[in-house]
Design a protein around this ligand. Structure first.
Ligand SMILES: Nc1ncnc2c1ncn2[C@@H]1O[C@H](COP(=O)(O)OP(=O)(O)OP(=O)(O)O)[C@@H](O)[C@H]1O
Ligand SMILES: [Mg+2]
Length: 309
């Protein structure tokens, strides 16, 4: 299964949430590939704490392996892969047993840049890469750049190709729980140059594409947060939460299209990382955060959550 993670705005929690979902899928026994398509800011190595690629794969002239960016540009070298369990510097992420699946990172290139245009070479290379990965892994998570980026264009063009049509494909749209983020996420999907219109231009069927889109709300505050109980602030926060729910529904981002939500996690406000069970056991991270990632991972795989809207 191919899973594309995107968002309209930057800093939505797309990468942190996607990498935690990937980790939970792996704990559930799935083999997962995590592919960094955020070409301008390829920092997914840091999420998995693989120090040598924390800003992407360093570039030199005689490389036998390249990051995703150079691979898509047509480099004849192999696309580099890092087995997270074997290469991470975080001891709790190292391979712990045979019951978990494999988690493999395909990093971007250090100093890479956003693609300015999407040509046939790039789409052909992308199709080749995704086809191979989809054969080898049960889930391939592709972390795209934010907004109506060329990375999104590449993903839409590639998945519209005959060769990838019968691969199961899902799109996750990440947004924060605020007015601007809800409006922006709706614009990314339904707007004039949004995912649906662009996808249809490249040969996708509108209803099919829409059926493969779900939203993830990130860092959602409890509606009574900071109120200390029953006062005016608490009432105001509850009213705002209700207003956001109405806005989400009228923007077509309501409950039926929702895959799930994550709570505000203090650890992630300080540090982008995978939340391990041991972080919860040590009373550092909240159990609700892990529960949210587990639920997202399971819903991602549950066909019932992906019935046509
Ligand atoms: N549930 C959460 N609670 C609190 N903070 C969070 C939560 N999820 C993510 N964050 C934090 O929000 C910030 C942005 O997250 P992240 O880098 O994943 O966003 P992004 O959408 O991938 O951003 P970019 O567009 O820059 O790639 C990070 O500091 C991250 O740790
Ligand atoms: Mg990111």
């Amino acid at each position: 299964m191919l899973v594309f993670s995107t968002s309209d705005k930057g800093g939505t929690g797309r990468s942190v949430t996607s990498s935690n979902i990937a980790y939970r899928l792996c704990v559930d026994g799935h083999d997962v590939a995590y592919v960094d398509f955020d070409f301008g800011s390829p920092t997914s190595g840091s999420l998995f704490e693989i120090t040598s690629v924390q800003r992407g794969l360093p570039v030199s002239d005689e490389d036998s392996e390249v990051g995703v960016h150079r691979y898509l540009l047509g480099s004849s070298a192999r696309c580099a892969r890092f087995d997270v369990g074997a290469t991470t510097d975080r001891s709790g992420l190292r391979n712990t047993g045979s019951s978990t699946g494999r988690l493999v990172l395909l990093p971007g290139d250090e100093g890479g840049a956003e693609f300015l245009t999407c040509n046939n070479t790039t789409v052909t290379r992308c199709a080749q890469l995704l086809t191979e990965l989809d054969q080898e892994f049960s889930i391939v998570v592709v972390d795209l750049s934010a907004g109506r980026s060329v990375a999104l264009e590449i993903a839409l063009k590639t998945t519209a190709l005959e060769q990838l049509r019968d691969h199961s494909t899902r799109w996750l749209i990440f947004h924060r729980w605020t007015r601007q983020h809800i409006l922006a996420a709706a614009g990314l999907v339904y707007g004039p140059n949004g995912l649906l219109n662009t996808g249809v231009n490249y040969g996708h069927k509108r209803e099919e594409l829409l059926g493969s889109v779900r939203y993830v709300r990130t860092a959602v505050p409890g509606s009574g947060v900071g109120s200390g109980g029953e006062g005016a602030q608490s009432t105001w926060l509850q009213e705002q939460n209700a207003a956001l729910k109405r806005l989400a529904t009228t923007s077509k981002l309501g409950m039926t299209a929702l895959l799930g939500a994550t709570p505000i996690e203090p650890v992630l406000q300080w540090r982008e990382q995978i939340i391990l069970d041991s972080d919860v056991d040590a009373n550092i991270a909240a159990p609700e955060t892990v529960a949210a990632y587990q639920l997202l991972a399971r819903r991602l795989m549950d066909n019932a959550a992906w019935e046509r809207l």
